[in-house]
Design a protein around this ligand. Structure first.
Ligand SMILES: [Zn+2]
Ligand SMILES: [Zn+2]
Length: 316
């Protein structure tokens, strides 16, 4: 299974501001010495040692993750603004996909905003399969295209579109078994668990962790225990999370504690706060890594932590 992040921001798209780009250039110029550009190798070394917030960016698109199964089945998790980049990449790779399996966690704008611009919907040779446990999914998605919100009505799409309301039973998609659990989030949200062969990937965006989530119930264990990769909402630091209790998001430290509790192998913090620039998110990453190492030592665990960045990939 291959995972690729096309949108990692929460709440609303967060493009880089011109002043931020200038700030990055200026900070890099202050650090550079003649030796750093003496040869192509020296240049590469110089770039490699720069902090993440200077040499790259978190990315500004909202929730969209690509999951590619071993048989090349394409699963799309949420339709945030990152969906456009996902499609652009399919085109540049010359990928001839005809079946698009789209799983929606919930219907907040940051998870739908890319949908009207998803070109495969306009091609009669495509089949677009939507999945969600919400019985009203079709009605909600259709309403999103109602005039005057979007000039093209839903019925104008040429692709064969089907809405699959998924029940409590596991759903099989080719070689993969897919399950879901409810998350604590305003208007509801669900996490998806995709299991293929020995690999388990969990997508738990828009989640405000509660005490009951940490309980080792049979349900929690069967969903989360020993997963290879957990992508989890860690929009805030702990102060913000307490300040914004009931807003539906978690702190990265709570996500770390949760991942430790269920012996997750790799945790990817997701749904980054739009108020935070790359520098701030880099700072959170450093704190989160230190905290993870401290807990690993204390509890004898081996959790690997990272932050999900746009265009980042994971293979499992
Ligand atoms: Zn969201
Ligand atoms: Zn939401």
């Amino acid at each position: 299974m291959q995972i690729r992040f096309w949108g990692v921001r929460g709440s609303c798209p967060t493009p880089l501001k011109p002043a931020e780009v200038t700030g990055k250039i200026s900070s890099i110029l202050q650090r550079i010495t003649p030796e750093d550009i003496a040869s192509p190798r020296a240049k590469e070394r110089f770039i490699a040692q720069l902090p993440l917030h200077l040499k790259s960016t978190t990315g500004g698109n909202t929730a969209c993750v690509e999951v590619r199964l071993e048989d090349n089945t394409l699963i799309i998790l949420d339709c945030g603004s990152g969906l456009r980049s996902l499609y652009d990449n399919l085109v540049s790779d010359g990928d001839q996909i005809r079946d698009y399996h789209i799983f929606l966690t919930h219907f907040h704008y940051d998870h739908l905003v890319g949908m009207p611009f998803f070109t495969p919907l306009y091609d009669k040779n495509n089949r677009v399969h939507f999945y969600s446990p919400y019985g009203k999914m079709e009605k909600i998605v259709r309403e999103y295209f109602r005039k005057p919100y979007h000039p093209v009505p839903f019925d104008a799409f040429q692709a064969q579109i089907e809405f699959n309301v998924i029940g409590r039973e596991s759903l099989w998609l080719g070689p993969a078994k897919i399950d879901w659990v409810k998350r604590n989030h305003p208007d509801g949200s669900v996490a998806y668990r995709i299991e293929e062969g020995k690999g388990v990937f969990i997508f738990s965006t828009d989640t405000e962790l509660e005490e009951k989530n940490f309980k080792k119930t049979r349900k929690n264990i069967s969903f989360f225990q020993d997963a290879d990769v957990l992508v989890m909402d860690g929009q805030y630091d702990l102060t913000e999370a307490i300040d914004k209790m009931t807003w539906g998001h978690s702190s990265y430290s709570m996500a770390v504690e949760f991942a430790q509790e269920f012996d997750i192998k790799k945790l990817m913090i997701y749904h980054h706060e739009p108020m935070n620039d790359d520098r701030q998110i880099d700072k959170y990453l450093k704190v989160a890594r230190t905290y993870t190492e401290m807990l690993n030592k204390k509890l004898g665990k081996k959790l690997i932590l990272d932050f999900a960045l746009e265009e980042g990939r994971i293979e499992l």
